[in-house]
Design a protein around this ligand. Structure first.
Ligand code: NI
Length: 258
């Protein structure tokens, strides 16, 4: 059974068939789903989904592109949600310099990234990190805040194998999704082949980033089989081995998952 470590079923693109999709998911081999909040509204919907479906758990946090949602009051509200038995992680949090070029906003991203890392430490929860076009600053912050004391995953990993090793040294996991199936994803294929299997998690980031042969369509956790197959091919091991190892990895990281 597959452990989906990063999905956004609260997304509008699932409004037409969300219930049908989630109800059939376990029959299709998806054992557990972590639904990841990225803004305040998404966090609220994540909590509702986790309440409605036994196999769905929630990560709560504010994405770097959505930090205008954060102030002391909403931060306090996030903290209060952490005791919810189905809140298993803080995320997604991090830095995104792809969409944001202004220094002042970048500074604000770094500030709220640190605060949410501290929240995870205080609550004893792992983190789900988003990092785009900000490799150096993300690593600097995670190392500076003693990331080795705050377990986590760098989701939708897009950097080099050397950068992955820096996180693995701190005990981090590397989230690999649909991009690994794309022909031009040379660097990520190399990372997926080289890093220890004990540090890889499967994720979709659905509705985004559908793997081949579904590329361009709306993504769902059912497409994780293509991701697992590609990782197996790159490493020269079996599909079952990839599914089993990534499931164990995820259960080691997200300890509140039953
Ligand atoms: Ni995401």
């Amino acid at each position: 059974m597959i452990f989906e470590s990063h999905a956004h079923y609260d997304d509008r693109r699932f409004d037409t068939d969300r219930e049908e999709l989630l109800t059939s998911m376990q029959e299709q081999g998806i054992e557990t789903v972590i639904n990841v909040g990225s803004d305040l509204e998404g966090v609220k919907k994540t909590l509702a989904l986790a309440g409605q479906y036994g196999f769905v758990y929630g990560a709560i946090g504010i994405h770097p592109s959505e930090i205008s949602d954060l102030d002391e009051e909403t931060y306090e509200w996030l903290r209060e949600q952490c005791i919810h038995p189905k809140v298993v992680a803080i995320g997604e949090i991090g830095l995104d310099y792809y969409w944001e070029k202004e220094d002042e906003v970048k500074r604000s991203q770094r500030y709220w990234f640190c605060r949410q890392m501290e929240l995870a430490r205080e609550q004893g929860l792992p983190v789900i990190i988003h990092s785009r076009d900000s490799a150096e600053d993300t690593l600097k912050i995670v190392q500076g805040i003693h990331g080795e004391q705050i377990p986590g995953v760098v989701h939708c990993f897009s950097y080099s194998p050397e950068m992955a090793e820096e996180y693995i040294k701190m005990g981090y996991y590397i989230g690999i999704g649909g991009v690994v199936t794309y022909k031009n994803a040379r660097k990520l294929k190399e990372t997926a082949a080289r890093i220890p299997l004990g540090h890889i998690l499967l994720e979709t980031d659905c509705p985004y980033l559908s793997p081949e042969p579904e590329r361009g369509k709306r993504n769902t956790s059912m497409n994780l089989k293509y991701v697992a197959k590609e990782i197996a091919r790159l490493r020269g091991i079996s599909y079952e081995e990839v599914v089993e190892a990534t499931r164990e990895n995820a259960r080691r990281l997200f300890q509140k998952v039953k």
